[in-house]
Design a protein around this ligand. Structure first.
Ligand SMILES: C[S@@+](CC[C@H](N)C(=O)[O-])C[C@H]1O[C@@H](n2cnc3c(N)ncnc32)[C@H](O)[C@@H]1O
Length: 779
């Protein structure tokens, strides 16, 4: 038996597999919130910042207050900040001294009054002089600059600037307009004079923030100067725009300082007195590859101390930060990290990078994953932000992690901006959005006991077959699908660990097919459809019977009417009956209504149905909304309710919940669909029966309106929301109603053996009206 070393931060000894650990990974994406937060975007433009809402949701899911969160590629400090806000201990590492500066500055308590008066002092000292530079003759600027030692800016810029080199930019100093250069020097010296360490730290943050706007690489936006950015983030390459976006350095500093101050105030208010250096917060400057040595050197436990690690590794071959960092290193007078350790530095030339991945980089990345694994307690989770269009990296992580007892559990596509994601502009870059990889540190046997043996979970003879069926599902559900919708659904499905275990190369090849828009080998055909391309199933392809019956019927009718343009009720009934006759299970036709299906893509005129692309577009949008929305906006509402909570007891609910979460991994299975339909029915019942009694129906209501992805709705949320705002009588009544109307025969007869199907009569129109619930076809 292992005897644990002393725990860091005075934590009590615990069994390695703690009872607080969750077995369920995060499964759905999170609504990003970052843009609104001063503590995040206003504070410092550190490259690669991740959304704090996403980081918070993950920390909340995987840990309890007082547990320890680790981030070995800490960057701008989002993990440290959000962990402390959530009352978790944070151990953060980064090789970059600017990351240390920014992270410390954002969590340290600072006397804001002192900070304000320091700013006033600097303003008195240099504001006028810096503003006067704009009126100075060039010769005088040159002469004044001559009085400074500028050797700190003599560093040579290598091949990174693409078009800039032609504009005479060879050294760091060439990156500044002389007026801005002089302004920066005056400002730097004024800040150096500040005696209080913490206050000077804050001013240095504002100074490095100022540098973002005071180089030739900054490009203002037409919509507003401050909305501009450094070229590297606009173009993914260093480019020097032809015209300089000039603003006086004092005006920049003034603006930036106000934001830094606001961000600081916000973080400080939320962190409160939870920050304690060495207790709740430690920053380790060093390389993730040497995590254990660095911790030991500081007298900290090096192994099995972290409850959770969330980290965003640099993908050097995609975004190149080094030049931006070099500017900061030079001006802040800090030492650049050792090149061979710094994962932000590309290991090869740009042309070599285009050809494939660098083994060197992969080796370093997997070595840091090894270090994380040693730091994690057994049973702890690792979440990696994965942002690379080259899947070989993903393959390297997933396969490499296994060497260190970290096992890939699932993957969640995480759009940066959920609202606009519905119209992915560059479909085949969809994979380049962030993917959240969830891995867990478990011995193989325990992992298999919880998550099953990978080989048992592969339901398909081959990945090719799986891709074919997934493509079918998307085409059938969306009434023909454009390429972006296909990419959005099929690519992440192919990266599902249950499927790809041992078949990673096959998955990579299939994804390549999708990216090349070569979908014919998978059974689809391309049809013209106005401006947007559309993929349909090749005629004669037999639709997988595991797909929802109504979806298949609807698609069948859709394909028919799309060809015919117009048909009589009789013709449509004949088409439907033909399909139903070939069904393995006979349906009860008396409850069977075609109109709701047809109305999703057709209009009734003079007794005949006419194909309507407009109706199809509306219906598809509704489906996309449903598939991509999230319950996250509603969760806080539930959590905020501080009324004493009474658990809602509903027979079978927990079993439903666990069966459901198992079925989620098998989206093609009949059970998954059945359960999903059951959930729809539960929600609809609640909304319809209780809208007058329950205050929280305002929150629940939209769920049933289709604003929330049901897969994201946890049943605990549902009961919390209901109970916190209602009386026991309401709860009992609700329970009875649900038991009678929804679960009734399904649950009681069969102990959740789903022999029946629960669904609103109006099929998908429950999204809008959904007030009929009926039990269909009990066998
Ligand atoms: C993508 S950024 C992380 C950004 C962070 N998630 C945020 O939201 O602010 C990656 C970070 O890894 C750091 N880094 C690069 N090589 C490293 C190494 N060997 N060890 C530790 N950190 C390293 C870089 O300095 C950079 O700050």
């Amino acid at each position: 038996m292992r005897t644990s070393a002393a725990q860091p931060h005075g934590l009590p000894n615990r069994h390695p597999l703690q009872t607080t650990q969750v077995d369920e990974p995060m499964r759905d994406y999170v609504q990003p919130i970052g843009r609104k937060l001063a503590r995040h975007y206003g504070f410092h433009p550190f490259p690669g910042r991740k959304d704090p809402g996403v980081v918070q949701a993950y920390i909340r899911h995987y840990t309890q207050p007082d547990q320890t969160v680790l981030d070995v590629f800490g960057g701008g400090g989002v993990t440290a900040r959000e962990a402390l806000i959530l009352r978790r201990r944070a151990i953060v590492m980064d090789i970059n001294p600017v990351a240390e500066l920014v992270t410390r500055a954002s969590v340290l308590p600072v006397d804001l009054e002192k900070l304000d008066s320091a700013f006033q002092t600097i303003a008195r000292e240099v504001a006028e002089r810096i503003l006067a530079i704009d009126e100075m003759p060039a010769a005088e600027i040159e002469r004044t600059l001559g009085e400074y030692d500028l050797s700190f800016l003599s560093g040579e810029i290598h091949t990174l600037i693409r078009r800039g080199a032609a504009r005479g930019i060879r050294h760091l100093i060439d990156l500044h307009d002389p007026r801005q250069l002089l302004g920066l020097l005056l400002l730097r010296d004024a800040i150096r004079a500040e005696a209080d360490d913490r206050i000077r730290l804050m001013l240095r943050v504002a100074f490095s923030h100022t540098l973002k706007y005071a180089t030739r690489m900054f490009k203002a936006k037409r919509t507003g100067y401050w909305a501009g950015d450094s070229s590297v983030f606009l173009h993914f390459a260093y480019v020097v725009p032809e015209t300089l976006s000039y603003k006086n350095v004092w005006l920049i500093f003034e603006h930036v300082f106000a934001n830094v101050r606001k961000g600081k105030a916000e973080a400080q208010r939320l962190i409160g007195d939870f920050y304690q250096e060495g207790e709740t917060f430690s920053f380790i400057r060093g390389s993730a590859l040497n995590l254990q040595q660095e911790l030991a050197a500081r007298g900290l436990p090096a192994n099995e101390f972290a409850d959770y690690c969330i980290t965003d590794p640099p993908y050097a071959e995609v975004i190149q930060y080094p030049l931006l960092f070099s500017i900061w290193y030079a001006w802040l007078d800090v030492e650049a990290p050792a090149l061979e350790q710094d994962l932000t530095v590309p290991t090869r030339s740009e042309s070599a990078r285009r050809e494939g991945i660098s083994e060197e980089f992969v080796r370093k990345l997997t070595a840091s994953i090894g270090a994380i694994s040693r730091a994690l307690r057994t049973g702890g989770w690792l979440t990696l932000f994965y942002q690379h269009s080259n899947l070989s990296y993903w393959k390297a992580i997933v396969e490499g992690a296994g060497e260190y007892d970290l096992r890939y559990v699932n993957l969640v596509p995480q759009p940066q901006n959920v609202k606009s994601f519905a119209q992915v502009k560059h479909p085949f870059k969809a994979i380049a959005g962030t993917l959240m990889l969830n891995l867990r540190k478990l011995p193989a046997s325990v992992h298999e006991a919880i998550y099953g043996r990978p080989e048992n979970r592969i339901l398909f003879p081959s990945l090719h077959k799986f891709a074919e069926l997934e493509l079918q599902r998307v085409i059938v559900e969306y009434l023909g699908a454009p390429t972006d919708v296909i990419a959005y659904h099929v690519i992440p499905a192919l990266l599902n660990p249950n499927l790809v275990s041992g078949k990673v190369q096959e998955a990579v090849d299939l994804i390549e097919l999708i990216r090349e828009q070569d979908l014919e080998p998978l059974g689809a055909e391309h049809v013209p459809n106005g401006e947007k391309d559309l993929w349909m199933l090749k005629p004669g392809v037999e639709i997988d019977p595991a797909l929802d019956f109504y979806d298949r019927l609807r698609y069948h009718l859709f394909a028919f009417l799309r060809r015919q343009k117009e048909a009589t009720q009789l013709e449509l009934h004949a088409t439907a009956s033909e399909m139903i006759a070939s069904e393995p299970h006979r349906m009860q036709t008396k409850l069977f209504e075609l109109a709701p299906l047809l109305s999703e893509f057709a209009e009734l005129q003079d007794g005949n149905w006419h194909y309507s692309p407009e109706a199809r577009r509306r219906a598809v949008q509704m489906r996309l909304l449903l598939a991509r929305s999230s319950a996250d906006e509603l969760r806080p509402v539930f959590f905020q309710a501080d009324t004493a909570l009474l658990p809602l007891r509903m027979q079978g609910l927990s079993e439903l919940s666990s069966r459901y979460s198992q079925a989620v991994d098998r989206p093609l299975s009949g059970e998954y669909r059945t359960l999903q339909n059951l959930l729809v029915a539960v929600l609809t019942t609640i909304r319809d029966r209780f809208s007058s009694q329950l205050t929280s129906v305002s929150a629940i209501g939209p769920l049933a309106e289709g604003i929330v992805d049901l897969r994201n709705l946890e049943l605990e949320d549902l009961s919390l929301g209901l109970i916190s705002h209602s009386s026991i009588e309401d709860a009992v009544q609700l329970e009875t109603t649900l038991a009678k109307e929804v679960f009734g025969r399904v649950f009681l007869n069969s102990g959740i053996m789903f022999t029946g199907l629960v669904r609103p009569l109006e099929h998908s129109s429950w999204l809008r009206t959904g007030n009929h619930i009926t039990l269909l076809g009990q066998e």
